[in-house]
Each structure stands twice: as C-alpha cells, then as structure tokens.
Design a protein around this ligand. Structure first.
Ligand code: GDP
Ligand code: MN
Length: 406
C-alpha cells in the first residue's frame, strides 16, 4: 500500500507537491441498472470522491434517460459526462449470420456462463478493445473503472492516481482470480501466435499468467531432482515419487496434482530437455478482475495492444468463444508491462457480486489469511440458506462452515 492507515486528507490535498490528475471514473451501464448505479456512486462518493471530486464518464449503447441522468447528477457535485457508444463499436460485424447465431447458441447449450447472451459478448469486446478509444475517455490520462453494485468498505484518503504516477505505476487491481477455462479455450493460443508473428518482447508481467511447466520440467530441474533422489537410495516406484514430490517439492506453489504426475513420469523415464520453452507454456487462467481497474489509458491505447485487439478480433473469439475483457486485458498488458508497473491496491476494501477483497485478510491482522481457493469453496456453495457474508464470517471464526445443509 502507498500508506498504512488513514491520511489527513485536507493536509494531503493542500500539500504543495500534490497534483490533481487528469483522471475520471468510467462506467458502462444500462438505464435499467439505475439502482445498482446509485448504490455504487453512494459508496464511491462517501469513501473517496467527496474529497477528490474526480469526474465520471457514463457510457451506454443506448441514450441515457432523463431520469437516469437526473438521479445520477443528484449524487455528486463532480462533473459528469453521459456518452453514447455508437453502433459500430458495439455491434459485431456479422451478428446476423447463421454462423454467429450457431456459435452463440452452442455456448448456451454447453452451459458456458453468459455464453448465449449476445449483449454480454458485446460488453466484453467493448471493454477489451474499444472503451479507451471513446473520445469521452480518451481525453483523460487515467481512469478508474466502476460498475453497478459495487461496494467500497474503507475510506480512501489519498489520491490513487497521483500516488501511482509518483511511484511509476501503470495499472492497479484489488482482486486476482482464475477464469473459467471453457470461456477462453483458445485465447492463450491466439495470444502466443500474436507474440510469435510480431516478435513481441514480453514484459516480466507475462510470468504471472503462465503455468511454468517448462521451468519445472526443463533439464536443470530434472537433473537436480534426479541427483537428489539418487542420494536417497530408494526404490523409485511411481508411488514413492509422487509421495516424495508432494512432500518436498510442493513448496513450489505452481505444482498441482497433474503436474506432479507428469514430473514423476518424466523422472522415472528420464525424459529429456524441453526444446522450445515458449511452446511449453500454458495459461494458468489468472487475471486481474477488471470490474475494478485504476490505470493509465495508454496501457491499452498503444500500438502493441491495439494490434493485439485487432488480431483477437480476427480470430473471432469474442463470439465463437466468450473471451472476457478481464483475461484479455491481463494477457494484453503482459505484452508490454513489467511486474513493477502493476500496483496491488491491497488497502482498498472491495466487493462485487459474491467476491470480496478485505484488507484485513493478511497475516498478522486479527482475521486469518485465507487462501483464495478457500473463498471459492465458500462462495461456490450457492444453494445454501446462509448469506455469503454469514458463511465467510463463520469460516473466519470457526474454520468451518455449517450452513444447515448436508
Ligand atoms: P459481470 O460483472 O461479469 O457479471 O458483468 P456485468 O453484467 O456486471 O457487466 C459488466 C459491465 O458492463 C457493467 O457495468 C454493466 O452495467 C455493463 N453492461 C453489461 N451489458 C451491457 C449492455 O448490454 N449495455 C450496456 N450499456 N452496458 C452493459
Ligand atoms: Mn458486474
């Protein structure tokens, strides 16, 4: 975090070195979502913008109604722009063709989350490669993305844009989670082929998104492992190896069960060198959860990313699959950014839908640190009678969940 605890905001704003940034909130939304929009704005204003007065840009593929505009205006004294997204940025070029219909319907039949909602595909495509080109957004250097129905739990007493700028940061997140595989089966392949064709020099951020099988299965790794085992003088049965790997090598967090099996096989057969390391990479499905973003507009509005988006368009993945803007942003950022360019807003308490980030969830604070897989376990039990918050609280207190179901 840039600061521990609260800052005296009046003093902060009056400091001679403080510079207000050319920044805005950005929200794409529909007239029908007014209640959720109000909820979000109340939270944003109360926790942050009552002091900082950054403007808002609301975007919609249909004109905002008078009611929507009046209600929204009544919630802030900051400047507001209501912007229309034109049809050419919103619609798919061939959405009335049988092939398009077939792919979208098929995603519905296969139970892919939001797969059969054409509007959801449009939203993902728009946020992936078009929102930052809209003139209403492009005039700014920084943006903070918000959505209807989000909640900020803690006061943000400093200016995140200014602090990011000062620290040389370019993209900030609060939540990092895994994508559902079947929404993006070919996204990583498309991305790698873009990298090869254009000879992209990847930033170090790339490493955050790969299952680094090549490192683990490469020559050095296998050799060191074989040496270590030979000293043990044990019979190298498969079971022994699996057990040994789990006990001694699982400390490398990237080792999952599947990988352990694979390493064990390779060690037993001494399968040699992985030739092309890049070709061995796989997407670990992690991504910055993009309904919250604080970033420079030019992390996307640049030659490499724009070309990347056009390339993805040419693959048809925004409709043949359901590529989300979150994994597209993450992989796209990794084409140009280094890990140091990213800021983790660990101090911003944030909730959207059932997913929450609480700054207290770290070691040394009163609540125990909970692995994100545990959250998934908690939140996936959707059919229960307890609210998600109640379940989470119970889990924090007792270490288990008893929600009245078998
Ligand atoms: P989820 O968070 O992935 O479930 O996606 P949402 O349904 O919240 O959509 C993401 C953002 O895009 C939200 O800000 C929505 O208000 C907005 N959005 C989604 N679909 C549409 C649409 O068809 N038109 C407009 N104008 N906004 C949309
Ligand atoms: Mn949402």
């Amino acid at each position: 975090p840039f600061f521990e605890g609260c800052v005296d905001t009046a003093e902060y704003l009056n400091h001679k070195k403080y510079e207000r940034q050319n920044a805005t909130f950005v929200m794409l939304t529909r007239n029908e979502e007014l209640d959720g929009v109000i909820h979000t704005m109340r939270s944003v204003e109360r926790r942050f913008n009552q002091w900082f007065q950054y403007p808002y840009v609301f975007m919609n593929n249909e004109p905002f109604t008078d009611e929507f505009q009046e209600r929204v205006r009544s919630l802030t004294t900051a400047n507001i722009t209501f912007a229309l997204v034109d049809e050419s940025s919103w619609n798919f070029p061939k959405e009335n063709t049988p092939l398009f219909q077939h792919y979208v319907e098929s995603q519905g039949d296969r139970g892919i989350m939001y797969g059969n909602m054409v509007s959801y595909h449009k939203m993902c495509r728009f946020y992936s490669g078009l929102f930052y080109k809209h003139p209403a957004v492009r005039q700014y250097e920084w943006y903070w993305r918000i959505e209807p129905d989000v909640e900020f739990f803690c006061d943000l007493t400093y200016d995140p844009f200014f602090e990011m700028k000062k620290a040389g940061k370019k993209y900030g997140f609060t939540i990092f989670i895994k994508e559902i595989y079947w929404t993006v089966p070919n996204l990583f392949r498309a991305t790698r082929s873009f990298i090869k064709q254009n000879d992209i020099k990847l930033g170090s951020l790339w490493k955050a998104f790969i299952k680094n099988r090549n490192v683990l299965l490469g020559d050095d790794y296998l050799n060191s492992f074989v040496n270590e085992l030979e000293e043990l003088n044990e019979e190298m049965t498969h079971e022994f190896l699996i057990d040994y790997l789990k006990k001694n090598w699982a400390r490398e967090k990237v080792i999952d069960d599947e990988l352990i099996q694979e390493i064990a096989h390779r060690v037993r057969r001494k399968v040699p060198v992985v030739e092309d390391k890049f070709d061995q990479e796989e997407y670990n499905l992690c991504h910055f959860w993009s309904n919250f973003e604080i970033a420079r507009v030019d992390v996307f509005d640049n030659e490499v990313y724009n070309k990347y988006f056009e390339y993805l368009e040419s693959w048809g993945g925004f409709w043949q699959e359901r590529w989300g803007d979150a994994p597209v942003h993450s992989l796209g950022l990794a084409l140009t950014l280094n890990a140091e360019d990213i800021h983790y807003f660990r101090d911003i308490g944030y909730q959207h839908t059932t997913i929450v980030h609480c700054p207290n969830n770290k070691e040394g604070k009163q609540l125990p640190y909970v692995e994100s897989s545990k959250y998934t376990e908690i939140f996936e039990r959707e059919s229960s009678r307890m609210s998600v918050k109640e379940k989470a609280l119970q889990y924090f207190k007792t270490g288990k969940i008893d929600d009245g179901w078998d």
